[in-house]
Design a protein around this ligand. Structure first.
Ligand code: PGA
Length: 241
């Protein structure tokens, strides 16, 4: 199989040292020899300790954002080399919450993705339309522009795309299976390496809907927010693969 399934958890701004027992619990609840790659992106304060907690398991760790520069006078920011040093294998870039809260543009997201690739890590590049875009029939146009503007021109074999309709994130709403299938097919058709690039779906994925979403042809995994916060829910999603 060209594309392995990946289940990625994004803890967002949640979690502290009291949550580190999660990783042992998760490792023991995932079925042995799972067909899925499992990734957790905790807040950066937990990254190195999470890496330690995952030693001996196949769980990989990632970060939720990075700066475009590799060092320098950028107070409060974190370089990809630092995330790599802490043990991250992936970095989420261009999440809709960052695009909204920090006015990140496609161009900035592309630069971040390039910075991630330059350090040998893999970017998970998030794209997705708002409800207003969808209601005005512009969903494909917006997603197409985000793809064209946010995805690096090179390194296609090392990047992951996450399609996350903004209106489905944290709302309990999910896109219909038809909408997910057609948007993923559209995204795949725009990719430089359509056969190998993983396209994840994100937006209120939970144990109850994971199996049907993951069964769609062009869905290569899920990016999970709320339901990744407990090992119980997250392992059920992994085990749905
Ligand atoms: P959600 O978040 O699963 O809580 O909707 C998804 C995401 O933002 O990646």
């Amino acid at each position: 199989m060209l594309r392995k399934t990946m289940i990625a958890g994004n803890w967002k701004m949640n979690g502290d040292a009291s949550n580190l027992s999660y990783f042992k619990e998760l490792a023991s609840s995932i079925v042995p020899n799972s067909a899925a790659d499992v990734l957790v992106c905790p807040p950066v304060t937990l990254l190195a300790r999470a890496v330690e907690a995952c030693q001996g398991s196949s769980i990989q760790l990632g970060a939720q954002d990075c700066h475009v520069a590799q060092s320098g006078a950028h107070t409060g920011d974190i370089a990809v080399s630092m995330l790599k040093d802490a043990g991250a294998a992936y970095v989420i870039v261009g999440h809709s919450e960052r695009r909204a809260d920090h006015a990140e543009t496609n161009e900035m997201v592309q630069c971040k993705a390039e910075a991630v690739l330059s350090q040998g890590l893999k970017p998970i590049i998030c794209i997705g339309e708002t409800l207003a875009d969808r209601e005005s029939g512009l969903a494909q146009e917006v997603v197409g522009a985000q793809l064209a503007g946010s995805v690096p021109k090179e390194g296609a074999d090392n990047l992951v795309i996450a399609y996350e309709p903004v209106w489905a994130i944290g709302t309990g709403l999910t896109a219909s299976l038809d909408d997910i299938a057609s948007m993923h097919a559209f995204i795949r058709a725009q990719l430089a390496e359509p056969e190998i690039t993983q396209i994840l779906y994100g937006g209120s994925v939970k144990p109850g809907n994971a199996a049907e979403i993951l069964a769609l042809q062009d869905v290569d995994g899920a990016l999970v927010g709320g339901a990744s916060l407990t090992a119980d829910n997250f392992s059920m999603i992994v085990n749905a693969v």
